[in-house]
Structure formats: structure tokens, C-alpha cells
Design a protein around this ligand. Structure first.
Ligand code: PAF
Length: 293
């Protein structure tokens, strides 16, 4: 029989800092390592999050998972109020994965003045792609990630490749602000039909779920066509995604891995194709690495 150790659920910053201090002292007293790993989440955990936590457990010693639906990264017409909140189920899943702490603060704890008056800016790239569709989203995301990094002071923080623009912006923030943390990026976890795991997938009805598969099929077709160049990759993805019912394409773009800006048609080398579409009434994103010889 597997014995699960329930993670300690903490909702205040002071208590988390004290508990982490104690956990590190205990580890030192036992002669063990005490590398702290943070997995920032907004809860409603699924197999993709579990994979992030598994990586955290593999690379560190004390795993902290934050569960906080960050109001700062939602626009006025977005789904902040209806975003799924499933803390009990999340804690049960995290017990299975071996997290030591769940940090689940209320908005008041993170933003005592209602909204943080100091905000980070994600710059020009933060206004492209997801940032164009969701103005201010990445400023809010970076602000809360910076706060979490300052609160937890982890050695490592783990993010999912599914949110490729988020990963790019977090890595750039860490470099720009000389933050002492290593960012680990975990490959996208997919459902059996290829659909990238996302908390929003639970909003898809059966026809939309079937249609949503076209994003992954289109990206895979692009990766297969990439040997013929950027335009061929884009045409291949469009052919699949454009033909799918219920799918309203927002953007499909090939970006440079170091600048995240669109590449020219004659670009050669590593690149990433990003896609976003509204499927039924649910906005989905996905991406794939392209090798353009
Ligand atoms: O990817 C997410 O779930 C969120 O953007 C994050 C990183 C937890 C910040 O709120």
C-alpha cells in the first residue's frame, strides 16, 4: 500500500517562509540537500501539471506548488470568475506526486491594496500573439511570477512548454533582472488524441474536443513540411486547421527561439510555430518546435 504524505497547505506569505526555513533546517540537520523547487499554477490541476510536479520532485528536494488564480493576468471580459477552483482535488493530486507545500493565498494576501501598484512590463513581445489577444496578460503574469519567486526563493522553478510565450518571457525576466533561479521547461503533455492538456479543455464539448485535435495535427504537419522552408510549414498547418469545423484561427506564426519575433520566409535553423484558435467557445493555444534545414 502506498502511504501518501499530504502536503502542508499554507495561505500566508509569512507562514510559508517560516515553514520553508524549518524544512531547510530539518534537511540540513539530516545531512540532506535542501534545493527548493517552485511549480507556479492556477490550480485545476491536470496531467500536464502533474508532469511539472514530477519534474520538480526529480530535480529538487522541497517542492512548493503555488495555486493562485492571479486576477492581474485576466482581462475585464475574461474568465476570472468562472476559472475552475478545485483546491481539495488539487491537494489530493499533489499528495500523490510528492509536493511538500501547497501555497494557496487569497488575492488579499498577494495584493493587499487590491492590485499591486508596482507592475512588471513584458515589453514589446508581451504585446504580441497571446498578448495582442489578452492586453496586459503578460504584465500580470510576470508580476505574480516575480512575487512568487521572491516569496519562495526557489533554486529552480518549473514551467510547461505549452505556454511557450510565457516561458520565453519568464526566462527573459530572470535574465534581465538577474534573478537567482533556474527555469526548467517540461514538454507539453497531450491527451490521447494529441490535444495539449489545459485547464480550459474541460470547457470543450465532444464536437469541440474532436475539432480541437486539428491544432496538434496542423502543427505536426508543419513540422513534417519544415524541411521545405517556413512558407511550406505555414501552408501545411493552415491546410489542416483551416479545414477543421468549429475552429476560428486567431494566429499561426513561426518565431525565432531567441527573440520570439516572426522569422523571415527564408529563415533556416530552429524555430517555433505558435497557434491560437477559438474552438467552439474555448480559446486554445499550442506550439511545436520546427527544424528548418
Ligand atoms: O501558467 C499559469 O498557470 C500562470 O500563468 C502562472 C505561471 C501560474 C502565473 O499565474
Amino acid at each position: 500500500m502506498t502511504v501518501l504524505t499530504k502536503p502542508e497547505v499554507i495561505d500566508t506569505i509569512d507562514e510559508l517562509r517560516n515553514s520553508l526555513c524549518l524544512a531547510k533546517q530539518n534537511a540540513a540537520a539530516r545531512g540532506g540537500d535542501a534545493h527548493v523547487v517552485l511549480v507556479p499554477t492556477m490550480g485545476a490541476l491536470h496531467a500536464g501539471h502533474r508532469e511539472l510536479v514530477r519534474r520538480a520532485v526529480a530535480v529538487g528536494d522541497i517542492v512548493v506548488v503555488s495555486v493562485f488564480v492571479n486576477p492581474l493576468q485576466f482581462g475585464v471580459n475574461e474568465d476570472l470568475d468562472t476559472y475552475p477552483r478545485t483546491l481539495d482535488a488539487d491537494v489530493a493530486a499533489l499528495a500523490e506526486e510528492g509536493a511538500a507545500f501547497v501555497f494557496a493565498p487569497h488575492a488579499q494576501e498577494m495584493y493587499p491594496d487590491g492590485a499591486s501598484s508596482t507592475r512588471l512590463t513584458a515589453g514589446a513581445v508581451g504585446g504580441l500573439y497571446e498578448g495582442a489577444a489578452r492586453p496586459g496578460h503578460f504584465d500580470g503574469m510576470l508580476t505574480v511570477v516575480a512575487k512568487l519567486l521572491n516569496i519562495v526563493e526557489p533554486d529552480i522553478a518549473v514551467f510547461g512548454q505549452k505556454d511557450a510565450q510565457q516561458v520565453f518571457l519568464v526566462e527573459r525576466m530572470v535574465a534581465d533582472l538577474n534573478l537567482r533561479v533556474r527555469i526548467e521547461v517540461v514538454p507539453t503533455v497531450r491527451e490521447d488524441n494529441g490535444l495539449a492538456r489545459s485547464s480550459r479543455n474541460r470547457n470543450l464539448d465532444e464536437p469541440a474536443r474532436t475539432a480541437a485535435r486539428s491544432l496538434f495535427v496542423g502543427l505536426t504537419a508543419a513540422a513534417a513540411a519544415a524541411h521545405s522552408g517556413v512558407p511550406a510549414a505555414i501552408v501545411a498547418a493552415h491546410a489542416v486547421i483551416g479545414a477543421a469545423p468549429l475552429v476560428k484561427l486567431d494566429y499561426l506564426v513561426v518565431v525565432h527561439p531567441h527573440t520570439f519575433l516572426p522569422v523571415d520566409d527564408d529563415y533556416r535553423g530552429q524555430a517555433r510555430m505558435l497557434v491560437a484558435a477559438v474552438v467552439g467557445s474555448t480559446r486554445l493555444i499550442d506550439n511545436i518546435s520546427l527544424d528548418i534545414p
